[in-house]
Design a protein around this ligand. Structure first.
Ligand SMILES: Cc1cc2nc3c(=O)[nH]c(=O)nc-3n(C[C@H](O)[C@H](O)[C@H](O)COP(=O)(O)O)c2cc1C
Length: 207
């Protein structure tokens, strides 16, 4: 039996840890999206959060190509997705492609932190979206060369991920059993001791 959207949302929340931001606990990557548009005001707020992310030399190397349903931008992004992602992401009302300038504007030298900065902006975007009751889903499964060509993205911009944005939908609307299973299975994470270190291979003591 497929769970309802409300049941899935409850199942996907991170276990509450006192003092952790509610949006961090609430964010998870949905594949079932509702047939409901995202308001321009909310879209603006999510990009506002991205705007205030930190970046090397405050270069803000990120650029976001944002496609709302039925727009040519949306269609172009959708057309570059791999088949698996196309099988669910077409229900999302907004598709976004994040790219980053790989050269510093101030002196033309390579910016080795461009994707780091884009990721920080994307993280702020997704958390703001979660705070607004929206769902996001990042995707690396798309054809970068096709996306570069479709948007005539200059060579000195690196491509990041595509983000699907919208409201959570009923898992029962997903096209196949595998997708429904993914949508309704619990989220897992490494323990802090596996990635917070005091020396290489040695867990930091956080108390
Ligand atoms: C950079 C990146 C690329 C991803 N690519 C895909 C993808 O192509 N297709 C997909 O279904 N999920 C994709 N995901 C979603 C991850 O599988 C998901 O974030 C991860 O399993 C953790 O789940 P959570 O986001 O619900 O915490 C991607 C996530 C990130 C951050």
């Amino acid at each position: 039996m497929t769970l309802s959207a409300i049941e899935v949302n409850a199942l996907k929340q991170a276990p509450a840890v006192d003092g952790v931001l509610p949006a961090v606990l609430a964010r998870w990557s949905a594949r079932a999206f509702a047939d409901r548009e995202v308001s321009s005001a909310d879209l603006r707020k999510a990009f506002e959060a991205a705007r205030w992310a930190a970046s090397a030399y405050n270069e803000q190397p990120w650029r976001f190509l944002v496609g709302q349903r039925n727009s040519s931008t949306y269609k172009k992004i959708f057309s570059t997705l791999i088949g698996f992602n196309q099988s669910w992401a077409g229900a999302a009302p907004v598709l976004i492609l994040g790219v980053a300038s790989s050269k510093f504007n101030h002196n033309g030298t390579p910016n080795g932190y461009a994707l780091y900065d884009l990721g920080a902006a994307a993280a702020a975007f997704t958390l703001q979206a979660a705070a607004l009751g929206l769902k996001t889903h990042s995707m690396a499964g798309y054809d970068q060369a096709a996306a570069r060509q479709a948007f005539a993205i200059p060579e000195d911009y690196q491509l990041g991920a595509v983000i699907a944005l919208g409201y959570q939908g009923e898992p029962s609307a997903l096209g196949d059993e595998h997708l429904r299973e993914l949508e309704t299975s619990p989220r897992t994470r490494k323990a802090l001791s596996e990635f917070v270190l005091s020396a290489w291979g040695e867990a930091a003591k956080l108390g």
